[in-house]
Design a protein around this ligand. Structure first.
Ligand SMILES: Cc1cc2nc3c(=O)[nH]c(=O)nc-3n(C[C@H](O)[C@H](O)[C@H](O)COP(=O)(O)O)c2cc1C
Length: 197
C-alpha cells in the first residue's frame, strides 16, 4: 500500500505523531510505505504541540513541490490521510483548489476514487465547514473528526490520542490494537478504578 500522509495546521499534531510512529514501526511488515508532506502551518503547530520536527524514515515533500509522484493519478497511490486536517485544507479539497501539494493530492485521491481520510479538527463547526464535509463525503472521502472516545477507559493522553489514531488505522486497513475494542458493557459498568498514589 502506497500512502500519502499530510499534516496540516489544525491543532492535533500528537495524533499525527502517534500515527507516524505506528506507520514507521508497523508499516513495513504490512507492506505499507508512506510519503509525508507538511503544510507550513502544520509544521508550526507540530513545533508548538509536539516539539522538534520528526526524523521519520519517510520521503518528505515540500508543500509546493508538485513534482511529487502522488500529485498525479498515474502514480497509483492507494490512499491519503490528512491528520490533523485544518478547515482550510478541508475546504481546498472540497472545492478542488489545488494550490498546494496537499490540496492537489487530495484532489487526485478523489478523482481516482482512492481512499481519502480527513481527520478534521475544528470547533465549533460552521455551515461552511459542514457543507465542505458533505461535499468531500459525497465525493468519496471519509471525514473522521479528531474526537477522542472514552469507552475503552483511556487513562493517559497517549491512550486518548490512540482512540482516534486506531480508528484511522482501521479505516486504511492496518491491523492494530492501539485501543481496547468495545465488547459490550463490563460487568462493573465502567473502567477499572485508578490506583491513587
Ligand atoms: C496553534 C494553532 C492552532 C490552530 N488550530 C486550528 C484548528 O484546530 N483547526 C483549524 O482549522 N485551524 C487551526 N489553526 C489555523 C490554521 O493553521 C490556519 O487556518 C492555516 O491557514 C491552515 O493552513 P493549512 O491548511 O495550509 O495547514 C491553528 C493555527 C495555529 C497557529
Amino acid at each position: 500500500m502506497k500512502l500519502v500522509v499530510a499534516i496540516s495546521g489544525a491543532s492535533g499534531a500528537p495524533y499525527a505523531k502517534r500515527f507516524l510512529d505506528f506507520l514507521a514501526e508497523h508499516g513495513p511488515k504490512h507492506g505499507v510505505s508512506a510519503d509525508l508532506v507538511f503544510t507550513s502551518t502544520g509544521k508550526q503547530v507540530w513545533r508548538q504541540e509536539v516539539g522538534r520536527e520528526p526524523a521519520y524514515p519517510f520521503k518528505v515533500w515540500k508543500n509546493q513541490d508538485f513534482t511529487a509522484p502522488f500529485a498525479s493519478g498515474s502514480s497509483l497511490y492507494d490512499g491519503m490521510v490528512i491528520i490533523p486536517c485544518s478547515a482550510g485544507a478541508l475546504a481546498r479539497i472540497a472545492y478542488g483548489i489545488s494550490v498546494d501539494l496537499v490540496g492537489r493530492a487530495g484532489d487526485v485521491m478523489l478523482k481516482e476514487r482512492k481512499k481519502l481520510v480527513l481527520v478534521v479538527r475544528e470547533t465549533p463547526i460552521s455551515l461552511v465547514h459542514a457543507r465542505a464535509m458533505t461535499q468531500v463525503i459525497e465525493a468519496g472521502a471519509f471525514v473522521m473528526p479528531a474526537s477522542p472516545s472514552f469507552y475503552s477507559g483511556p487513562r493517559t493522553i497517549d491512550q486518548l490520542v490512540d482512540t482516534v489514531v486506531a480508528r484511522v488505522l482501521d479505516r486504511i486497513g492496518l491491523p492494530n490494537d492501539l485501543m481496547k475494542r468495545w465488547e459490550g458493557m463490563s460487568p462493573r459498568g465502567g473502567p477499572e478504578p485508578v490506583e491513587e498514589p
